[in-house]
Ligand binder design. Structure first.
Ligand SMILES: [Zn+2]
Length: 243
């Protein structure tokens, strides 16, 4: 029986958990939004001046026949710019903790909670459950989130290959090591979770054993040989911190 260690936490090496954050390309192309919006605003100004300038000052331009149309075109462009700027898809995150979407806070789907990853309409579609067990679908389209899509598929193939239903000839880019912004993650929340094998509630953090691949949580007394994701859990059986 290994002696209990104090002060070194769980005793085993703490793996650094990370994730990458990807902004949709529509947001990155903000200069386009500004250019379109700016052109629209100029047109609106010009339209307004030619329409109403004559009323404001003597010698101002006669209302042009076209003025209302210029005004309308300007308004359309401004509207378009607002639409481009706000209808973009939300930022996505991919890493140890699974796939997450930033839409009014971060909603996360752990790898073990992913039910299916499909390739549909040039989009990687991840369906499963969020942390609260509510159904969640996260979309990463080739157009606006090519690297998030590529990383989701790469990580999922390593972690939860059984749920990946993406053809090898999907037109995904290669995942680039420098893509996105890397963020550090806290240790997973385990207290209060149910052991994936026995259903027992984890009441005490040192009792938890977390699958390094899919982050399923087990009670240390019920760690199976193989996780449901396929990972061998022999390391998790090893007594903690016997040096
Ligand atoms: Zn696992």
């Amino acid at each position: 029986m290994a002696k209990k260690t104090k002060g070194t936490g769980k005793g085993d090496k703490t793996r650094a958990r990370r994730e990458r954050r990807f902004e949709p390309l529509a947001l990155q192309a903000a200069s386009v939004v500004y250019a379109v919006g700016g052109a629209g605003a100029l047109l609106m100004g010009a339209g307004a001046w030619s329409q109403f300038g004559g009323l404001l000052r003597e010698g101002g331009p006669e209302p042009l026949k076209l003025a209302p149309y210029i005004l309308a075109a300007g308004a359309l462009l401004v509207g378009g710019a607002i639409w481009i700027g706000t209808s973009g898809e939300p930022p996505l995150r991919v890493g140890n903790a699974g796939v997450a979407v930033e839409r009014g806070g971060v909603r996360r789907m752990a790898w073990h909670a992913v039910e299916r990853i499909e390739w549909r309409d040039e989009t990687v579609r991840v369906s499963g459950k969020d942390e609260l067990g509510a159904p969640l679908v996260i979309l990463a389209s080739l157009k606006s989130q090519p690297q998030a899509a590529a990383w989701i598929v790469r990580e999922a193939r390593e972690r939860v290959p059984a749920v990946v239903d993406v053809p090898d000839d999907a037109t995904l880019p290669a995942p680039s090591a420098g893509a996105g912004t890397t963020l550090a993650l806290e240790a997973p929340q385990v207290v209060g979770k149910h052991c994936a094998a026995s259903g027992k509630v984890i009441a005490y953090e040192p009792d938890a054993r977390v699958c390094p691949r899919c982050e399923r949580v087990y009670h240390r007394s019920s760690v199976p040989e193989t996780c449901e994701c396929g990972a061998l859990l022999a390391d998790l059986h090893a007594p903690a911190a016997a040096t």
